[in-house]
Design a protein around this ligand. Structure first.
Ligand SMILES: Cc1cc2nc3c(=O)[nH]c(=O)nc-3n(C[C@H](O)[C@H](O)[C@H](O)COP(=O)(O)O)c2cc1C
Length: 200
């Protein structure tokens, strides 16, 4: 799969097969994250891979928002839950040491996570970026020191759903059809692209 195809085909996946994910694949994802562009090459991001059964449910407990709605208390069947997570952290202590401002750290984290997402996809995994999370809970569960900011939680596993991308006609509200498939409306290219100067 070439990059364009991979990028355009990717959809956020929130339901996963009951198949464990090889740690080596997760490590490969983090290696790709590590090599992402960073402002002034500061490399402030660090990562936690979670793939232990007990820890997986602790992390899930910290997930608040799920496809735009609060995650139901009972969640979904255990089998379809994420099989791994990668948590991207920002080392604010190192930022202070380097005299690096904080204005770029979210960009750094986002670019690192996108690398992770694409490598995961190459390996057949689906993923979902999650920021609707209870950071306090996650910090406690994973013993993350205060000098680290929790940027993004990425849920991973082999996909057990096929969300449908469609052209947004007015609303970008996602919806679920009677077969349970999530539909994701996207704004058209001509609605988001300007050439040479901004045109209304
Ligand atoms: C910064 C960011 C935060 C997100 N947070 C959540 C979240 O908390 N819960 C969730 O279910 N999806 C979350 N998502 C995934 C989006 O809902 C998803 O990207 C969007 O619906 C478009 O679908 P697509 O990724 O399949 O194109 C997040 C995505 C981004 C980029």
């Amino acid at each position: 799969m070439d990059v364009y195809e991979a990028v355009t085909r990717r959809r956020s996946i929130r339901r996963f097969k009951d198949t464990p994910v090889d740690y080596a694949i997760l490590e490969r994802c983090v290696n790709a994250a590590r090599l992402a562009p960073t402002a002034i090459n500061s490399q402030l991001c660090e990562y936690i891979i979670v793939d232990d059964e007990h820890m997986l449910s602790k992390v899930l407990d910290a997930v608040v928002m799920w496809a735009g709605v609060p995650r139901p208390e009972d969640g979904w069947s255990t089998e379809r839950r994420p099989k791994a997570y990668i948590i991207t952290l920002i080392n604010t202590g190192l930022a202070a040491e380097l005299g690096a401002g904080r204005e770029n750290t979210n960009y750094d984290a986002a670019l690192a996570v996108e690398n992770t997402v694409m490598v995961a996809q190459e390996q057949g995994l689906g993923s979902c970026v999650l920021t609707g999370i209870n950071r306090k809970k996650l910090r406690r569960a994973l013993n993350i020191p205060d000098r680290y900011e929790i940027a993004i939680l990425l849920a991973l596993g082999f996909p057990d759903e096929s969300p449908v991308v469609e052209v947004a006609t007015g609303s970008v509200e996602r919806w679920v059809d009677d077969k349970g498939a999530l539909h994701v409306p996207k704004r058209r290219l001509e609605d988001v692209l300007h050439r040479n100067r901004f045109s209304e």
